[in-house]
Design a protein around this ligand. Structure first.
Ligand code: URP
Ligand code: ZN
Ligand code: ZN
Length: 491
């Protein structure tokens, strides 16, 4: 076999890390894919000396909200341009945001609209998840199967938010479709009635400041719903993804489910490592900048999330970037009279997700670089049907070249999103992705973007790996199929 010797791009002398290995080598890229890894490769048309730098797969952020209406009807502050630019500057080269169905919406129309918005503006590659809030007969029988076949192979469902939540019967219906069609269900697990009950009593007592958001969204609401979601997935014998795990009890539910051998997967996010409920307790409405659901919790939960990320209970580290400005458009819809029930939920984090974990995980010695790569890139690709073209140093050519010595003080001014604040203002991190490559194109270098609006591509995703694995294990949907033949919905 002759190795290619002509490259569009070579990255030489770097220290390459994947989720499994670290080694020194050169990388040769041609036509947007890696065609050679070795030593002493011929110079490319573009030649980057990465000596002293760490060459990592481009990050994948599989949980971020972009150009999406929230359950409360508020539009995100970031569109596909600002979000993908911000992601790229932070070392992320693929995002998977949500085409969100609101009640009454037809899924194909939601996806058509979202596709148009993304195609016009994205500068890096992207896939879509769906949010399913209206599982009608049409959606379950026709639209979801068709959209899964078109490469949208995962969808999120909510157990809370008045206008988005599904009841348990509907959740079972959605899990059933996922099982039939080979998709992965992601669940926002919080008990809506527990939150509503506490919130009403707080409001009656005039306790409406942002800090009460963390009181209403009690950790018990999270762990109860997580446990229930696991039970529903067990009943259907399907894998499940628990998103944005925040509290120690929820981590324990995930951990014990996995110990039973159940295919329960989970992610967490920067806000659950670096913020606590105390951050919501600021003068006036300032705490709204830290309000997300589930809310940041306490040091014990932070420690449990760290442990979960290290021991594999939590396989992914996503941003759950939910960008809302600190004004009437998002966090303060009623101005000074805004209560914690009125404000848009969510915090930004697309650009700082990887640097925060690199600094606090890898540079402190808490986490290996291979684990960092798994948590920020490879496991996302595997879980959501993008491996190996994304999330590793293999065929695709999405790469971040990190300077492990570079110290950066995070500030709103240096970020590229459209939020106008960051919960991490003033925090110093060590290590930064100085050069970012997307499909062989150097899209960020020297603090400058070089990527056309609309140059990102839609990724048709394959069957998620948890689903594949479950099928290989012969997922028989045993209990249900015993009585209904091959499938309960079969005629
Ligand atoms: O508060 C959050 N997380 N907002 C974004 C929507 C969601 O639930 O992920
Ligand atoms: Zn959520
Ligand atoms: Zn989210």
């Amino acid at each position: 076999m002759t190795l290619p010797t002509e490259f569009d791009l070579t990255i030489r002398n770097g220290r390459i890390s994947t989720a499994s290995d670290t080694y020194h080598a050169d990388i040769g890229v041609r036509d947007g894919v890696i065609v050679a890894i070795g030593s002493g490769l011929a110079p490319g048309k573009r030649d980057i000396d990465a000596a002293g730098r760490w060459v990592l797969p481009g990050g994948i952020d599989s949980h971020c909200h972009v150009e999406q209406l929230s359950g409360m009807g508020m539009m995100c502050a970031d569109d596909f341009y600002s979000a993908t630019v911000s992601a790229a500057f932070g070392g992320t080269t693929t995002i998977i945001p949500f085409a969100a169905q609101h009640r009454g919406d037809l899924l194909p129309e939601v996806v058509a609209d979202y596709s148009k918005r993304a195609a016009e503006k994205a500068v890096i590659d992207y896939g879509f998840h769906l949010i399913v809030s209206d599982p009608t007969e049409q959606a379950l029988k026709h639209d979801l199967p068709a959209l899964i076949k078109s490469g949208i192979t995962s969808f999120k469902v909510f157990m809370t938010y008045e206008r988005m939540k599904l009841d348990d019967f509907q959740l079972l219906d959605v899990l059933d479709v996922a099982d039939r069609e080979g998709a992965l269900v992601m669940v926002h697990a919080e008990n809506n009635d527990m939150i509503r009950w506490v919130a009403r009593r707080l409001a009656e007592r005039g306790m409406t400041a942002p800090k009460y958001h963390a009181v209403a969204h009690t950790p018990l609401a999270e762990s109860e719903a997580t446990n229930r979601a696991v039970a529903l997935a067990r009943m259907m014998d399907v894998p499940l993804m628990i998103v944005h795990v925040a509290g120690i009890e929820a981590v324990r539910v995930v951990h014990s489910s996995q110990a039973l051998g159940l295919p329960i997967h989970a992610e967490s996010c920067p806000q659950y490592l670096f913020l606590t409920a105390e951050d919501l307790d600021l003068p006036g409405l300032e705490g709204a900048k830290f309000c997300c659901s589930p809310p940041p919790r306490d040091p014990e939960s932070q420690a449990a999330v760290w442990q979960g990320l290290l021991d594999g209970t939590l396989q992914m580290f996503s941003s759950d970037h939910a960008p809302y400005r600190f004004d009437e458009s998002g966090k303060l819809p009623k101005g000074e009279a805004t209560t914690f029930k009125d404000m848009a939920n969510g915090v930004p984090g697309l650009e700082v997700r990887m640097p925060l974990l690199f600094s606090e995980g890898v540079m402190t010695g808490r986490m290996t670089i291979e684990r960092f790569v798994a948590l920020t890139a490879t496991n996302h690709a595997r879980t959501y049907g993008l491996h190996p073209r994304k999330g590793t140093i293999a065929v695709g050519a999405d790469i971040g070249i990190w300077n492990p010595e570079r110290r950066v003080t995070i500030s709103t001014a240096m970020l590229h999103d459209n939020v106008g604040y960051t919960p991490y203002e003033g925090r110093e991190v060590q290590g930064w992705p100085e050069i970012v490559v997307s499909r062989g194109r150097v899209v960020v270098e020297g603090g400058v973007l070089d990527a056309e609006r609309g140059s990102g591509r839609f990724l048709v995703r394959g069957t998620p790996e948890p689903v594949l694995r479950q099928r290989l294990n012969g997922n028989p949907n045993a209990l249900v199929r015993k009585y209904f033949g091959s499938h309960p919905n079969d005629e």
